[in-house]
Design a protein around this ligand. Structure first.
Ligand code: MN
Length: 473
């Protein structure tokens, strides 16, 4: 946009998928539960209750940090962040302000650009307010859910598209690291977006839009805010530092409140929780247990020459990425076909609920090899593929399935030859046969078609073509 540079920073709250809450022993999964049914006296902030740190949450933070190539701080501490709101009965949120658990790192995006991470800190989620006509109710099921807040560093992102790409990659990383369930609809990841524009070397005044829960809204917000701010500056007006709300229906942001500063929160060390002190060997053990990450798969799949969209569609499903990588290790030549099957056949709307782990790499290779050897047409192979993802078929090989489904192509020359002889004797084929004998090869298509029909589609058309030519020459 003209000579204005856009700078975007993003803070993302990730709900960690631990079994229990951050400081209490109650269920951390409140999906479809009655309001206030997953709440301990601690989450109600009854007097005398003391928090006990959930070790699993610490481990999830380390996994998330490693996924973002971040330094893991061996000593971190908790602080109280004071603010008043009905969904926060304590009057403060336990967070990490001075010494967060995850230090600086970098997220590599699929387009080859990088986004720097400043830090990520562990904190508790607040409850939820439910608004009715003239009253509101508090649901504390979510109060105390562990959150990892991931904060980007300058230079940040420079476009709406890059901001979206970052959020998408962060989502992938957190799921690969098994740090979150990643359900955006349930608020498992919420994005706070800072935007400023400037036509000098100095950063412009920023506005912040909080609690976005879709990639698309992040992209739209950045587009809208950048345009709005540039228009203001061009008119000689100023951008006011503030928090603005996003309306998905109107596609506009509106003033909410002026931005508070850290000092307003009266941060102070949390006296009820001792510092978190980690052994390097503990962090190393977690690092050794990390799976391959999206960036690893991208370089691994380089050799397959996939379209970027095809590659990313597969990487969105870690099970499929893993299977394809295993296939590459076994047989590179047969793997591109498997990649195409994944991206074009398996990853369609109606297959979303399939268990993608059912077919093994060996079976996929076998199926691809059957197409390669012309034992199966590519259309038939897709039918077999879908059956391989049916639970009742897990004990069957692709070959057994293809046979059961009557899809194996007839390559046996004797069998094919017999069918061809029959076809050539059919009166309706006499003219075409004569034409071929006289060198009019166009007519062979008709004969091949008849053979295919007689074989119920199982004959291999290329072999049939060859055999007919030999017989009529
Ligand atoms: Mn926060």
């Amino acid at each position: 946009m003209d000579d204005y540079k856009i700078t975007v920073g993003i803070e993302c709250h990730v709900q960690l998928n631990t079994n229990t809450k951050l400081f209490s022993g109650v269920d951390n999964d409140a999906v479809d539960k009655e309001p206030n049914s997953c709440v301990s006296p601690l989450d109600y902030a009854l007097p005398g209750m003391l928090p006990v740190l959930n070790k699993a949450a610490v481990e999830k933070c380390i996994r998330a940090g490693l996924a973002m190539n971040c330094k893991i701080n061996l000593v971190s501490r908790f602080d109280r962040k004071h603010y008043h709101y009905p969904d926060l009965p304590k009057g403060y949120q336990i967070s990490q302000f001075y010494q967060p658990i995850v230090g600086a790192g970098v997220v590599h995006l699929p387009d080859g650009t990088d986004v720097k991470i400043d830090h990520a800190h562990l904190e508790e989620d607040a409850g939820k307010l439910m608004h009715f006509d003239n009253y509101s109710l508090v649901d504390l099921n979510r109060a105390g859910t562990p959150l990892l807040e991931i904060v980007t560093d300058l230079p940040g992102m420079s476009s709406a598209a890059q901001a979206r790409l970052y959020c998408e990659e962060l989502h992938r990383l957190m799921i690969y690291a098994n740090a979150t369930n990643g359900d955006l609809y349930q608020g498992n990841m919420r994005f706070d977006v800072n935007i400023s524009v400037s036509n000098t070397d100095k950063l412009g005044t920023r506005t912040e839009i909080k609690n976005l829960n879709s990639f698309r809204s992040v992209e739209r917000v950045v587009e809208y805010e950048a345009k709005r701010q540039i228009a203001l500056l061009k008119k000689g007006e100023k951008v006011i530092q503030e928090t603005r709300g996003w309306n998905d229906a109107t596609g506009k942001t509106t003033t909410q409140r002026s931005k508070e500063n850290a000092a307003d929160y009266r941060y102070m060390p949390e006296p009820d929780i001792p510092p978190v002190v980690l052994e390097q060997s503990y962090v190393d053990r977690i690092a050794a247990s990390m799976p391959m990450m999206p960036a690893d798969y991208r370089s691994k799949f380089d050799i397959l020459n996939l379209d970027e969209s095809e590659r990313e569609a597969i990487i969105n499903y870690s099970v499929l990425a893993k299977r394809l990588a295993e296939a590459c290790d076994k047989n590179i030549k047969l793997s591109p076909r498997i990649a195409h099957w994944f991206s074009s056949t398996l990853l369609t709307e109606e297959n979303q609920d399939k268990n993608f782990s059912l077919a093994t790499a060996d079976e996929l290779i076998e199926l691809s090899d059957m197409v390669e050897k012309k034992e199966l047409s590519s259309t038939a192979a897709k039918e077999v593929l879908m059956e391989m993802y049916d639970k009742k078929n897990t004990s069957k090989t692709p070959h057994q399935l293809a046979k059961e489904m009557n899809l194996l192509q007839e390559n046996d020359e004797n069998a094919l030859s017999a069918i061809i002889d029959e076809v050539l004797m059919m009166p309706e084929c006499a003219k075409a046969a004569d034409d071929v004998r006289n060198g009019e090869m166009k007519a062979i298509g008709f004969l091949v078609g008849q053979v295919m029909k007689k074989s119920k589609g199982k004959a291999n058309p290329a072999s049939v073509n060859e055999l007919i030519k030999n017989k009529l020459s």
